[in-house]
Design a protein around this ligand. Sequence first.
Ligand SMILES: Nc1ncnc2c1ncn2[C@@H]1O[C@H](COP(=O)(O)OP(=O)(O)OP(=O)(O)O)[C@@H](O)[C@H]1O
Ligand SMILES: [Mg+2]
Length: 227
Amino acid sequence: MTKLTGKADRLEMPANFPKSVILETQELTRRFDKFTAVDALNISVTSGEVFGLLGPNGAGKSTVIKMLTTLLPASAGRAAIAGYDVTHQQDAVRKVIGYVPQALSADGSLTGYENLLIFAKLYDIPSKQRRERIRDVLAFMGLEEASDRLVRNYSGGMIRKLEIAQSILHRPQIMFLDEPFGFATSFKSGNPPNGVAHQQSDSIRLLVAKYGILWRNFVQITAQPYF
Ligand SMILES: Nc1ncnc2c1ncn2[C@@H]1O[C@H](COP(=O)(O)OP(=O)(O)OP(=O)(O)O)[C@@H](O)[C@H]1O
Ligand SMILES: [Mg+2]
């Protein structure tokens, strides 16, 4: 059984920063027919915490994210985002999350600005605020210069940045980034999970405060606070 647990109480955050559980799963499970892709996963993530989920290809990382973002129903167990149940309060969950899928998804036939405008409308950002919000996220991601260029002429990294910009337009409380930096998961299925950590931990640790290793049906791993 795969289990991920962890607490962020060793993270250094401002004393007045409100600490609350922003994401919690309890025995979250997803089966595809008889195949169990995610097996009774338990994660607890606190506001302000950056949590990284590592694992080999096929370990179930994207499946976990899809369940947490309401794109895929769970087979068993439960999950809550900002206190909202991902099964029973999907609309509320969608309002408080940002999501960057694993596959590049921006529309290449539109400019960066036009892609962002679609998301601004999807998120019901009032029309008077759209231009400023879009300008802000473009600046935040360093894409101002590319704003009016067709996305098909962007580099892969620029598309990723644009997608992150899309996902923060509505100022979500929590972000889900599925392999946002294109890390290759090169280890083979026979390797012990520790190998996963060793191969990726140096770069991952620079980016995340805590990470868990997902190793399907194999071993229980506890997420390691880094700080
Ligand atoms: N819709 C589906 N139908 C059947 N099996 C699926 C489906 N989606 C995922 N799976 C299976 O579930 C397992 C987990 O897939 P998932 O995409 O979550 O892995 P991952 O950890 O994100 O891998 P990667 O590092 O390659 O992105 C895989 O064995 C995959 O084949
Ligand atoms: Mg994946």
